[in-house]
Write a protein that binds this ligand. Sequence first.
Ligand code: MN
Length: 729
Amino acid sequence: MSPAAKIRIEDILNRVERYLPEMDEALLRQAYVFAANRHQGQVRRSGEAYLVHPLSVAWILAEMELDEIAIAAGLLHDILEDTDTTQEEMEIEFGPAVTRVVVALTKISSYESSYSSREATEAENFRRLLFASTDDVRVILVKLADRLHNMRTLKYLDHERQVAIARETLEIYAPIANRLGIGSIKTELEDLCFRALHPREVQRLERAIEERAQVAEKWFAEIKGVLEGILTEHGLSGEIQGRVKHLYSIWQKLRRQGVDVESVFDFLAFRIVVDTVAECYATLGLIHQKWPPVPGRIKDFIAIPKPNAYRSLHTTVIGPEGHPFEIQIRTRDMHTIAEHGIAAHWSYKEQGSRPAEDSRMAWLSSLLDTTQGSSPREFLDSLRVDLYPDEVYCFTPRGDVFSFPRGATVLDFAYRVHTEVGHRCVGATVNGRWVPLRTQLKNGDIVQISTSPQQSPHHDWLGVAATGRTRSKIRAWLKREEKSRAIDVGRKLLERELRRSGWSMKRLADSDELGGILTSHGLAKLEDLLAAVGFGRMAAAVVTEQLTPTAETLEEPALPATDRRPAPGAETPVLEVTGDSDFLVYVAKCCNPLPGEEIVGYVTRGKGVAVHSRSCPNVQRLLYHPEREIEVRWAASAMEGRVGRSRVDLDMKYQDRSGLLAAVSHAISSEGSNILSCSLQTHDGGAGTVAMSIEVRDAAHLNRIVQKLEAVDGMLHVERRGFVTRAVP
Ligand code: MN
């Protein structure tokens, strides 16, 4: 019967009689008449008589094959809340069992509540309802049926109410139906919520499915034929269902993979229902012989049932033309349990069995136990934690709750609190214990983030963050920061260049020529020009050439660089900043690191990144500002010796000895190096010093030269100027 059809009491009685031939028909008729009388004159938002609602709820319960108490309670569930019927009256009419269920479903008004806020009162009502459910599972089953019918008729409410109810249903009622194993209600609730919350996405998905309906039909017939053939050939009988998966699950899957509907197998799936467990496994084996399974996608929920008692075999196989598709294999009993869950077990057959002993209810009992005495809000938070096993819920010390995907770290938490908190985060305490940023969050953790105004995001935070949301915030910061540093660098370079040609930054900014320069480089504003120069994408001289194309300036020879290295931003870069940065880098004069040497980058104020040797004494001091350290590496061109030689200053100490200088000069030339300058001093007592500048290719080259110099007879010390002294053994 379609949900929209009008339910009559006769339909319900007929339906119940089919699975419960000895039902108490009188009780159901009496409940119906009573409800009809008491709701007389009440009208739903849809304009229908109110009675349609309790009848529909009773029908849903009959579809779940529940007993007369549950169905009578369904017919009467709004009597205490919406009419002036009293509890005593109900007990006289229907006895204690039905009354208890209806009382549990009746909300106390905020004026009876011990809490002042509406929100807290609602949470408290909900806790009472769940508590009653652990004694009598019919309470939550009637509630789910009630919510299902309300969701089916949601469109009659105003938009705001629709969204609020759909959200609550998706967050709490659908997951509860799932925990109780009631697949039929869970999927219908999810789809109804999806429609209310994302109407456009629903439309898009439906259109995509509709467009592929013919192809889907063809595939379905073809695959069904193959499956039937396999079963018949091996003497198995099974029912093969091809089905369109429910919309919400398709949408979640596509969103998880970040794709859109491509093939029919994105929404088509197969289910085979056989007679025995042995046949389930046999069928699985036969299918895998026909189509290869996708590794890691075979799930045996028969050997290891889900916590909600769901059992089935799942596999994904590579089907015709390489399209993967899903097949579920189960017995008829397993199918009933998958659809009706706890309702299938807790039914007229097993009346009196304690629901708390059922694993599907046990989690709820223990949750209610552990949250005893907590506030309604804490209770709802804990409930959410239990309802979503794939998510991690953590708390701020103030009790605010945030949800994260499993694997999220303390850094993700910091960024969730606030973007600024993330940027300044130095660490955190979790449950009172100090932990580093990469610590993974666990359910129920209480996280307190520590911040420092000196802190700022690092490149390696990108590896610490587990959520895309955090990573994009870090990336945005790094980009912004790099740009502002580049602008400073560009400003310095351009100012110097401008001064040489008699210009100034101010004059440039005010000049008519600026617009033309910007346009010719495809830039929008002066800031972009400075950034382009700072990032080394453009030479500052290009700007001045465009400003003053006079013969005088053109003929003026370029000043020789004091440094023999290629200028920053020149065509063959020697150094690169690790990561996606295109920062301006230069080697620090204090230590002149050589290609191959261990190096470290330091972001200066306004000059780009200075690259020091890791053993440069200045580095230790500079790195008191660790936030300004940046990872750098030698460019491949430098490592292959494709860039020019570097100048290295050496200081040597020696014992007075004739012929020393000749020996030193021989050591250097034998390694293919040149002496650029040399000054020698002999002191009283015979000892002397040599200060010498030589040319080297890279660190290895220098090492060989130093070794040769150290081997010169009479040499006491060889030291690279500015570096830690090394004594000659
Ligand atoms: Mn209701």
